[in-house]
Design a protein around this ligand. Structure first.
Ligand SMILES: Cc1ncc(COP(=O)(O)O)c(C=O)c1O
Length: 472
């Protein structure tokens, strides 16, 4: 029998996903009265015995703070002593469950329950090959050709590819990207757009989802307020669309307190980390994406998705016919690090230590730019980020009639290349041509430099390049 599409959440699934059949070679269930042998010999599936694996053990030399020396060696055993938390070679190097190995999956659930608990019971998690892969799965299960996804006007543009790849259409939502005053999505404008959708977009269906980066937004580095999150969640409920919350930067807080105080994980979670949209969720309208890329390592290609089990179930099915399980080798490395540092609390501590380094770098970025002549002469405004690894600099270009600053940004690019600094340009983050044209900002990251002194030198070069651009 088809799943009921009267259910508001299920009604948001793509047609091809509802009751999708995944075939396998396991055959029909056997009659219930068959008394199976308690210890059968498995001659069934093609899982090589772990004796065939050429690795007997791995030593992970871990550090407890970024740029730290090795402080501890964590052994990955061929066979775990206690498999409740420990992931071993035998399991990790084997075919694994599509949702992720139970040890890591349980950690993600504990993390969510402690840091960002939804307000309803029937939520679930699935591990993925990083957020890029989560995009494919989330939009793969909800987007029919012609479906609409709302996006912040300036955003992490590659996400659009996953939406259009499934035939979806992206529509921009007005945001405040140039100040700390009420940053992020403009709630009044979103409300008006939704109330008058048919007038604004008579040829389009009503939106199925809103994609948003709520904390340390890419590209702006800004964080939307709790008040606005609550209001947007209410809109999602009222107009029945999903909020796809992409939060790879949420755990990196740049607040002074991380540098000035000895923050405990409890204080970090309760006093510094913003509450996810999912903490407002009573209905399953929020899908939260987390990634191990930014505070562990991007090469793990590991992330996870939290949401209503009604949606997660279909994402797991979708994974069965696309990526299958995330790499067990990545999972064992991440899991054994997390278990070695002490589970959820240790993971939060690691994130505090990561944040300390980012906060130090951020201060150098802001202060060096503010000392520059270009800043003092009013050629630029630095938008101070509060989380993550990006900051934007708004340039005070003279207004032009067409409101098109792309060639000015291109000229600035040449000056900055001459000055010896590479940045990213606002026009490359606009969700539509209109927003690309209007962008007058550049995006800087504090993530890639060797150290703070390299950031200082980069900011000096940036200041010089901007000065040259305005005065030549
Ligand atoms: C907002 C945002 N989402 C997702 C990603 C990609 O995450 P992952 O490495 O987990 O695929 C990035 C990477 O820069 C990002 O900025």
């Amino acid at each position: 029998m088809p799943e009921s599409t009267a259910d508001p959440i299920l009604s948001l699934l793509a047609d091809r996903i509802v009751n999708q059949k995944v075939v396998s070679f396991h055959g029909e269930p056997v009659p219930k009265d068959i008394k199976a042998h308690p210890k059968p010999i498995h001659l069934s599936v093609g899982t090589p015995h772990h004796g065939f694996f050429p690795i007997n053990g791995v030593n992970l030399d871990i550090t407890l703070e970024p740029f730290g020396e090795t402080t501890e060696t964590v052994k990955v055993n061929k066979v775990a002593n206690d498999a409740t938390k420990e992931l071993d070679i035998k399991a990790a190097f084997q075919y694994g469950p599509t949702q992720g190995h139970p040890q890591l999956l349980n950690f993600t659930k504990e993390l969510i329950a402690e840091v960002n608990p939804p307000k309803y019971k029937d939520w679930d998690v699935t591990c993925t090959n990083g957020t890029g892969d989560s995009f494919n799965k989330v939009f793969g299960v909800i987007v029919n050709p012609g479906d609409v996804v709302l996006m912040e006007a300036y955003t992490y543009l590659p996400v659009c590819n996953y939406i259009t790849n499934h035939g979806g259409i992206t529509v921009p939502v007005v945001m405040n990207h140039t100040s700390q005053e009420n940053p992020g999505i403009d709630v009044d404008s979103l409300t008006e757009l939704l109330e008058n959708w048919e007038t604004h977009h008579p040829q389009l269906r009503r939106p199925k989802a809103l994609y948003t980066i709520p904390t340390g937004q890419n590209p702006t580095g800004l964080t939307i307020s709790q008040f606005n999150r609550a209001a947007i969640y209410n809109l999602a409920k009222l107009h029945n669309f999903l909020i796809v919350e992409d939060d790879p930067y949420g755990y990196i807080q740049l607040n002074d307190r991380v540098l000035k105080e000895e923050i405990t994980p409890y204080q970090y979670v309760n006093e510094l980390l913003p509450s996810s949209y999912i903490q407002y969720d009573t209905t399953g309208h929020v899908i939260r994406l987390e990634s191990f890329s930014k505070t562990f390592a991007p090469g793990t290609r590991l992330g996870f998705v939290v949401g209503s089990s009604k949606i997660i179930k279909h994402m797991v099915k979708f994974a069965d016919i696309t990526s299958r399980a995330p790499s067990g080798i990545s999972q064992v490395v991440v899991n054994q690090f997390i278990q070695a540092v002490g589970g959820v609390e240790g993971w939060i501590n690691w994130n505090i230590n990561v944040s300390k380094e980012y906060a130090r770098r951020n201060i150098v970025l802001i202060e060096t730019l503010q000392k520059s002549e270009a800043f003092k002469k009013g050629y630029m405004k630095v938008i101070e980020p509060d989380a993550g690894m990006f900051a934007i600099v708004e340039l005070n270009f003279p207004p032009n009639e067409q409101e098109d600053y792309r060639s000015e940004l291109q000229q600035l690019r040449c000056r900055l290349l001459e000055s010896g600094v590479v940045v990213t340009y606002g026009s490359n983050f606009g969700i539509s041509e209109e927003y690309s044209k209007k962008a007058k900002f550049i995006r800087l990251t504090i993530a890639a430099a060797d150290d703070s002194s390299e950031i200082e030198e980069g900011m000096k070069r940036l200041g010089e390049g901007i000065l040259k651009h305005f005065e030549q």
